[in-house]
Design a protein around this ligand. Structure first.
Ligand code: SAH
Ligand code: SF4
Length: 364
């Protein structure tokens, strides 16, 4: 059985031709799925009964199902979705003025093992396929149409569960599908992929025709701190990461976003701010400061509001363009780094006690 939702337009046309159908039939089917959000063959009203019967024999449309929708007091909504094999993933819809940003997941769990992140504690269960990535968008679009018809999805960020560049092929296929003007037609300028810094894959992404904006979880002003909190730094350190970013062909007037999770007593001193400013000098970028969102699986604390302010002011004073990310949806565990997906049997484990620093994760 082939999953039509996971295919690009070109692949669907090839699929149609392999059935002995004209190529345009492939395009009709593809448009149903990606432009109109069809979830069954029955909805494809311009296809004949024989075509639909044949489709049902050889193909499926992979569908996620909505298990739960939670609404935060700030209007943020978290959707818990089930894959066909029963895994739980999460996506978050964040309204802000006229804009609505959706944060989507790329994997069930994550292999990268950042020490402050709840998703990390799941380990990597599996990659999402391209159909599962794009269906998060279609389900959110459907929910918005049903509940807030005046609101449209304006921005998409790959900042949910998982490391998108660790699921490279499905990431790129999902980007091709979502940006195609015969499908959902999202603009690549409104899509941001956030990565912990898989350098070879960053370089590869720079060569793709559909290039999203980049957000990079830097989170430290030097290798010593980054090695501790993001073991991926032992594989690709800050200088390798910055070299890859400098070579990334940004779209005109675009800047790289650096995410900086502020952890009390770890990376939030004024000296850290000064080192960060020096590190990023000469890079077209902005820094999103994210005060740590607490969860039971990590031994960190959010700095006080005064410490957060002092850190940001120091950054500004040193010429950095910084934005403070106010936690959204933290009352429903929907804020950055809280997507632990407790429905996966996620660990409310006791903290792991390690002798020595965390080892580099096994990712490529
Ligand atoms: N794997 C990708 C995208 C998902 S994580 C990445 O790491 O970039 C999205 C963002 O959440 C990252 O910037 C990460 O640094 C941040 N984050 C993780 N845990 C957090 C926490 N507990 N509090 C605040 N931000 C967190
Ligand atoms: Fe994975 Fe991103 Fe969490 Fe790190 S911060 S463990 S890369 S999801």
């Amino acid at each position: 059985m082939q999953d039509l939702r996971a295919m690009t337009l070109e692949q669907t046309c090839e699929f149609a031709e392999a059935q002995g159908w004209p190529k345009f039939r492939g395009e009709q089917i593809w448009r149903w799925i990606h432009a109109h959000g069809a979830r069954t063959f029955d909805e494809m009203t311009n296809l004949g009964a024989a075509t639909k019967a044949r489709l049902a024999e050889v193909a499926t449309i992979g569908c996620l199902t909505v298990a739960e929708v939670q609404t935060s007091k700030d209007g943020t909504r978290k959707l818990r979705l089930l894959t066909r094999d029963g895994a739980s993933i999460e996506t978050v819809l964040i309204p802000s003025g006229h804009k609505t940003t959706q944060c989507i997941s790329s994997q069930v769990g994550c292999a990268v093992d950042c020490q402050f992140c709840a998703t990390a504690k799941l380990g990597l269960k599996r990659n999402l396929d391209a159909g599962e990535i794009v269906d998060q968008v279609y389900l959110a679009r459907k929910l918005l149409a049903e509940t807030e018809p005046d609101r449209q999805l304006t921005n998409l960020v790959y900042m949910g569960m998982g490391e998108p560049l660790h699921n490279y092929d499905n990431l790129v296929t999902s980007l091709r599908i979502l940006t195609h003007d015969k499908g959902a037609g999202l603009s690549a300028r409104r899509i941001t992929v956030s990565t912990s810094g898989l350098v070879p894959k960053l370089e590869k992404l720079g060569g793709e025709t559909v290039r999203p904006n980049l957000a990079v979880s830097l989170n430290a002003p030097n290798d010593a701190i980054r090695d501790e909190i993001m073991p991926i730094n032992r594989k690709w350190n800050i200088s390798k990461l910055l070299a890859a970013l400098k070579a990334y062909p940004l779209e005109q007037r675009r800047r790289i976003t650096f995410e900086y999770v502020l952890l009390a007593g770890v990376n939030d001193s004024l000296a850290d701010a000064a080192q960060l400013a020096k590190l990023l000098r000469g890079i077209k970028c902005k820094v999103n400061i994210i005060p740590y969102n607490p969860h039971p699986e990590a031994p960190y604390a959010r700095p006080s509001a005064a410490a957060v302010d002092a850190f940001q002011n120091e950054c500004k004073k040193l010429g950095m363009s910084t934005y403070l990310r106010i936690p959204r949806g933290d009352d429903i565990d929907a804020a950055c780094g809280q997507l632990a997906n407790r429905a996966n049997g996620s660990p409310l484990v006791p903290l792991r006690v390690r002798k020595g620093p965390p080892p580099a994760p096994n990712v490529e």
